[in-house]
Unconditional design. Structure first.
Length: 277
């Protein structure tokens, strides 16, 4: 009886071990991770055209060097008429070397040929002047240029300070008077810097170059010999006001030296009364 029980026990244990082995071998296989590489859709059916763009940030007045401009695919529908296309000017990058930028370019910005001055097209200041305008300079100091806070592209008024002479002087009137002779004119450069650098907040220069109409340039030239000129910085909110000469009478006369004898003569400004247009 005892032998029979032992056999049954051994048989049961063997069956259990066999069942466990079979269960281990019949486990569901682990899922395999399949990596799928999704290839990007090339252009997705969008027609492109290669245009010339700035390879890096280029400040105004920069001379174009090799590598400054590169070709880049651009959606054909978004290509401006002013852009330089490779299909029509394949050697543009080579031809534009040595040109001067009229305006700054940021990296990746399309190149506009009209914003470039050819290497043999004249100086930089002549290149950035709008048609019909003139550039004229005056001597400045920190005191006469808003403490050095006048920067290129700011708008200013020009003030003439002078002494009364001749019949204008009397015991009751001040001997030095100040008058605004030009209003809302743009500053092209301070010394030879035509733009701000590194976020500068002030520039202590010795000369300021102004963008003027021809009549304004004449008035400024006469005013230089009559007294001291100062710049008054204008707010950005009123820079759209009309620019002009508001005090023609301030520069209506000048001193002429003839045979060593100075004399005061009146200048006929009838053709430019009030503000210039």
């Amino acid at each position: 009886m005892t032998r029979t029980r032992s056999l049954l026990t051994i048989t049961a244990i063997s069956a259990g071990v066999l069942a466990a082995i079979l269960m281990m071998n019949t486990e569901a296989p682990k899922p395999q991770v399949v990596e799928r590489v999704v290839q990007p859709v090339q252009n997705a059916g969008i027609l492109t055209s290669e245009i010339l763009v700035a390879a890096r940030e280029l400040p105004m007045g920069s001379t174009v060097k090799p590598g400054d401009f590169i070709w880049k695919a651009w959606p054909k529908d978004a290509v401006s008429q002013s852009s330089v296309r490779r299909e029509s000017m394949a050697d543009a990058a080579e031809k534009m070397k040595g040109s001067i930028l009229r305006q700054a370019l940021v990296a990746g910005e399309p190149v506009n040929a009209a914003r470039l001055v050819p290497a043999d097209g004249g100086g930089f200041m002549a290149a950035i002047l709008p048609a019909g305008m003139r550039a004229a300079s005056i001597v400045i100091t920190p005191e006469s240029s808003a403490g050095g806070f006048v920067l290129p592209n700011d708008r200013v008024d020009v003030i003439l300070s002078r002494r009364r002479t001749g019949q204008q002087a009397n015991s009751n009137a001040p001997q030095v008077i100040s008058e605004t002779i030009l209003t809302n004119v743009r500053v092209l450069a301070i010394d030879q810097a035509a733009q701000e650098k590194d976020g500068q907040r002030s520039v202590l220069g010795r000369t300021a170059t102004l963008e003027l109409q021809p009549k304004q340039a004449e008035s400024l030239a006469m005013a230089r010999d009559m007294g001291t000129l100062s710049l008054a910085l204008r707010s950005m909110s009123d820079r759209n006001e009309e620019a002009g000469v508001i005090k023609d009478e301030a520069v209506s006369s000048m001193t002429v030296v003839k045979f060593g004898n100075p004399s005061r003569v009146q200048v006929n400004n009838n053709s430019n009364n009030g503000k210039t247009q």
